[in-house]
Design a protein around this ligand. Structure first.
Ligand SMILES: Nc1ncnc2c1ncn2[C@@H]1O[C@H](COP(=O)(O)OP(=O)(O)OP(=O)(O)O)[C@@H](O)[C@H]1O
Length: 310
């Protein structure tokens, strides 16, 4: 991580020093502590370019992005596809950047706000499939939060963005956000291991399915997972998933696959129950059934495919 060097500003047009690809900057997409991401056009194709204060941090992200795009489960698109890695000169200084696939979509929390909380379990199961690939490659995501997940507009599939916090198993997590950090919740340390990500994922699930008022009430100090358990107990959409969520809070999952199977079994069980109710003509909560039906269709179309193929 870098604290002193400023993040370079991309010129309106530039060409990579080694690969000679020309980029036209369209606009800045976002800027954080370690880097800035721009929407660019390269040969008429939209891409996202990331540039950081430290070339080494950028190369570490590239390394992790490359590793999740290789291997037998490369069909699970964990992250934006990497398109180019190069250097450019800005004010006489050589800066490293990478270009990736531009993901046209919405941040995870915005998607849930717009479409409703019925989608949360489906999206979480999709995320677990992505985390399983990352973990298999020896990485932990670290800074898992809704802002680092995009739901694509075309097919409503989740992708992880911002690999700045990605850390090798066993090291100290490089980047985290207190709200989702296991240590801040006094539920463990910051050692990079799959259970660290699963903890963040469980907190994120509670956050996504709760109203802003209820979520605020969990912010009392000291942070304790019993506060999250209280929210789950009082929330009809979270309650059916209490067992996997609480197991994740307590670090009882060895890996993302295991948690995914538990979540999937609950979604499938609920879908079957709803169908049986419908068939017997006793179904009453139309909105919930409609939402769950659409969500389960998506699950069948996307996630189950991956679940069976992996
Ligand atoms: N591949 C992409 N496609 C579309 N938008 C993207 C892509 N990558 C990043 N963004 C957008 O750019 C913003 C900044 O990205 P990112 O979080 O990677 O930057 P950052 O500078 O590393 O932030 P931080 O310092 O918080 O880690 C994101 O919030 C997202 O909206």
């Amino acid at each position: 991580m870098s604290f002193n060097r400023a993040i370079p500003k991309l010129p309106p047009q530039f060409r990579g020093k080694w690969n000679q690809k020309t980029y036209h900057v369209l606009r800045e997409l976002g800027r954080g502590a370690n880097g800035a991401v721009y929407l660019v056009s390269q040969d008429g194709v939209r891409r996202a370019v990331k540039i950081g204060a430290e070339g080494m941090d950028i190369l570490m992200e590239v390394h992790a992005l490359k590793s999740v795009q290789q291997g037998r489960d490369a069909r699970v698109t964990v992250a934006p596809l990497l398109c180019d890695v190069d250097d450019l000169y800005i004010d006489g200084r050589s800066c490293t950047f990478y270009a990736m696939e531009y993901l046209d979509g919405e941040q995870l929390d915005q998607f849930v706000q717009r479409t409703g909380t019925d989608w949360v379990p489906v999206l979480i199961i999709q995320l677990l499939a992505r985390l399983a690939v990352l973990h298999q490659r020896g990485w932990v995501f670290g800074d898992l939060k809704p802002e680092n997940v995009i739901v694509t507009r075309a097919d409503s599939q989740v992708r992880l963005i911002d690999f700045g916090g990605v850390t090798k198993h066993g090291c100290a997590v490089r980047q985290f956000t207190e709200e989702y950090d296991r240590a801040a919740w006094h539920a463990g340390d910051r050692r990079a291991e799959p259970a660290y990500d699963l903890f963040s994922l469980a907190v994120m699930t509670v956050r996504l399915a709760s109203s802003p008022e209820v979520w605020k009430s969990s912010r009392t100090e000291p942070r304790q997972t019993s506060l999250l358990c209280d929210i789950i107990r009082n929330n009809d959409s979270l309650y059916p998933f209490r067992v996997p969520l609480i197991k994740a809070f307590h670090g009882q999952y060895a890996g993302a696959e295991e948690m995914k199977s538990d979540m999937l079994a609950i979604v499938q069980g609920r879908t079957t129950a709803v169908q049986q109710k419908k068939a017997s003509g006793s179904g009453s909560s139309g909105i919930w059934i409609g939402g769950l039906f659409v969500a389960s269709m998506l699950l069948l179309a996307g996630t189950l495919y991956y679940a069976w193929m992996m």
